[in-house]
Design a protein around this ligand. Sequence first.
Ligand SMILES: [Zn+2]
Length: 355
Amino acid sequence: MDTQLTFSTEQSRWQAVVDNNQQADGHFFYAVKTTGIFCRPSCPSRLPHQDNIEFFNSSSAAMEAGYRPCKKCQPLSLSADEHNHEKVITACRLIESSDEPISLADLAAKVNLSPHYFHRLFKRIVGITPKQYGAGHTSKCFRDHLEDGQSVTEAIYAAGYSSSSRAYDNENDRLAMTPTTYKNGGRGTTITYGFAECFLGWIVVAATSRGVCSVEIGESPEKLAAVLRQRFPRAILQESDDNFVDLLGRVVKSIEEPGTINDIPIDIKGSAFQQQVWRMLRRLKPGETASYSEIAARLGKPRAGRAVANACSANPVAVIIPCHRVIAKDGSLSGYRWEAWRKRLLLEREEKKNR
Ligand SMILES: [Zn+2]
């Protein structure tokens, strides 16, 4: 491929920065050593001296090297490409959660795209048309492609934001998990849930007969109940009975007294890669932290730092899988699905325990 188009050389990258070339956005980021800030190639800020800049392939790599995102060009906000993926994921979710087929026009309208453009985009990303996706969602043949009926949205997440249609046939990304309640939004499965308060706020714990399938943290039981309904639209959700008190108590204790309880059964679903990441995270002891790229390296995929970050943000069971113990390379906390202040509190508490 033409290096001018892929921006793979230092020289073409520098030229793109000089030109504020928008087409280079997403291909790489540049960081300025003297200010500690990193930018998209198209950033309108003053041109730095060439000797002072460093190039990165991803924003997470720039963050891990200790750079902060520029306020002007906001290199962490979604690129056009990532926006498109979000839209397709939204459409997949709509198809999955609807009992009736949704027309192309309705789907396109829901994600603010023209039907024609949406159809092409969907096909490019998922590999099949929205109609085929809807029809195939329940068919045997489609399920065979996605072992155990894992949804395409999960496959897209599993593959990160790259060539998701390959998620089906790439051996490394084989989706070989046991069937669980996540299939079809938990259709027909009874999920019991209960609320409790802990030092992070309210939590909801939800479980199938096999184990905990969701732990969410939030401001109020009402909001958490809404999160649950959205996640398991087809499950029979049943508020907890006496049998649940014990499990609920043990989850709270595992949050409040890190390291005391390590045998809570879980029933969650993820791609093979996500499961590998989650297993690795469960080996991190309270008070121990690792960077995204360290976890990737331990999994033998040193370049998969970004995919590790995605797996962390897809963690279905807060704290039980301690994704809060994964931090940026420079020691800063970086993001947390349940808000950064909770991550800080958790880590402070674990550090204190270890002293
Ligand atoms: Zn900038």
